[in-house]
Design a protein around this ligand. Structure first.
Ligand code: ATP
Length: 472
């Protein structure tokens, strides 16, 4: 549903969740900034992932590696040679497209059977790296660039997705470094540092959250596909031969995490990879049903011992672990779970966003509400004095002061209570409190619940605990 997708993008901008980067200069393509509520939402998701990985697992620890790494890292990992996508240029418009995206966009214009047949042909050609065949497919299907575009295409070529820059002041080839295209390699090169200093025993994991950079070509899907984005990755090191079991284990564990966000199971599906990356012996995506269809949010990959072995080879340093249980040295196998933080933000927003018609007795009314799980909501509690006088603002401030150490609160005294509720609904605040004259007499306040819009009177002294319980 493209309309819902567009509505979410507008809402994100209007309510301070996500802005286009450098907007006053007309923006930078596929780069976004998180505003006051978006950054808080993102931080809460990051926290939730981090805690569930590290705090909840005795055998998983976290690190925070640098974005810049020694350039040999990317030769060893295969990114210099393999991290590329087949591209094609249109000779008239001078626009460059990722071949798969170009064909997928064309498929949208076809009926179901024809579309599926074309996708199957494309997949086969991609699998065989048949670039001439891909070009023929584009030409034979009369695939155009844009609506009124032409069909004058170049050959299909590989285009590396890594950004490079210069370290230091001298610009020669030796000083060329890359912005990391994934956070995983920072974990692999630190594998022995962490294992030894943490006295970690296999199986164990290392988790990391951080920025990654990819020069994506067709990037028009809001924060779904960005050029600068954040990944939350965990590499789990296991004894060779046990990787299949651990792969199944992590598939299941990660799905449980997703369901823990309060999202229904039928909004997800696993998509097993048929064409495996050069490092993998099994891989799948966890797909969520976005307003633009089922798309990948997370990958679970059985990466074998590929990365550690390659780093061993390129660095000349042993990447082995001594397993006291079987009295053997080996290079561990790795199961990776890799989830995009920005895509998860988009998933949580898509799930939460609802336009509701509240028309009653012929009186037109509506609201937009973000039904975030309370633990992810940017603001947990809004407090409103009914009026700006009679000591009510002071009482409201008292409640805020009691709560703000523990969670984000919001004070507002402008406009009618109804309007104030609507503004909090639009940013997803789960609880609103109104302080009125009765509060002065018996210490009770009105609590209003975001999703049901129900209101009840409770003692002001219970508010903090009620919210704390809801966000646990
Ligand atoms: P896609 O096929 O969508 O390009 P990918 O298979 O290349 O993704 P991985 O390399 O497996 O993705 O990266 C792991 C996760 O990082 C993805 O599941 C996704 O959530 C996130 N991710 C990857 N590329 C981007 C991007 N350009 N913008 C935002 N998130 C991304």
């Amino acid at each position: 549903d493209q309309n819902k997708f567009q509505a979410i993008i507008s809402h994100c901008k209007e309510y301070g969740f996500i802005f286009q980067s450098s907007e006053i200069y007309d923006g930078l393509s596929a780069v976004y900034d998180y505003g006051q509520y978006g950054s808080e939402l993102k931080r809460n998701i990051r926290e939730y992932w981090w805690k569930s990985m590290t705090q909840m697992h005795e055998n998983i620890v976290g690190i925070d590696a640098a974005i810049f790494m020694h350039p040999t890292t990317w030769k060893a990992s295969g990114h210099v040679d393999n991290f590329s996508d087949p591209m094609i240029d249109n000779k008239d418009s001078k626009k460059r497209y990722r071949v798969d995206h170009l064909i997928e966009a064309h498929v949208e214009t076809l009926d179901k059977a024809a579309g599926e047949a074309l996708l199957e042909q494309m997949d086969n050609l991609l699998k065989n790296d048949d670039y001439a065949g891909l070009r023929d497919l584009i030409i034979n299907n009369n695939i155009k660039c844009g609506v009124s575009g032409t069909t004058n295409w170049t050959d299909v070529r590989q285009f590396n997705l890594m950004f490079s820059t210069q370290l230091g002041s001298v610009s020669d080839e030796a000083s060329e470094i890359y912005l990391r295209p994934e956070t995983a390699q920072g974990i692999f090169v630190n594998f022995l540092n962490v294992q030894k200093t943490g006295r970690m025993k296999i199986p164990f994991g290392i988790a990391q959250v951080g920025k990654a950079f990819r020069n994506e070509i067709v990037a028009r899907q809001f924060v779904f596909r960005m050029r600068e984005f954040e990944q939350m990755e965990m590499q789990f090191f296991v004894r060779p031969g046990t990787q299949k079991e651990w792969y199944e284990y992590w598939k299941e564990e990660r799905m449980k995490w997703h369901l823990g966000l309060g999202i229904a199971a039928d909004k997800y599906k696993f998509h097993d990879h048929i064409k495996l990356a050069h490092y993998a012996d099994a891989a799948c995506d966890i797909e969520y049903n976005f307003p633009i269809g089922f798309k990948e949010v997370e990958g679970v990959h059985s990466r074998t011992d590929f990365d550690l072995k390659r780093h061993q080879e390129f660095s000349g340093k042993k990447m082995q672990y001594f397993d006291p249980e079987i009295n053997q040295n080996y290079v561990p196998y790795v199961i990776e779970t890799s989830i995009g933080l920005d895509r998860t933000v988009l998933m949580v927003l898509s799930e939460a966003y609802e336009e509701q018609d509240l028309t009653k007795d012929d009186k037109a009314d509506s609201r937009v509400v973000l039904k975030f799980p309370p633990k992810l909501a940017p603001i947990k509690l809004a407090v409103f004095p009914l009026t700006k006088k009679d000591g009510l603002p002071e009482l409201a401030r008292e409640l805020i002061n009691e709560c703000k150490q523990d969670f984000y609160t919001y004070y507002e005294e402008k406009d009618s209570i109804g309007k104030r509720y609507r503004r909090q609904d639009a940013i997803g605040t789960p609880f609103c409190i109104t302080v009125d004259h009765q509060t002065k007499e018996d210490g009770t306040v009105t609590i209003r619940h975001r999703d049901s819009m129900e209101q009840e009177r409770i003692p002001m002294s219970q508010v903090r605990d009620l919210v704390l319980k809801a966000i646990r």
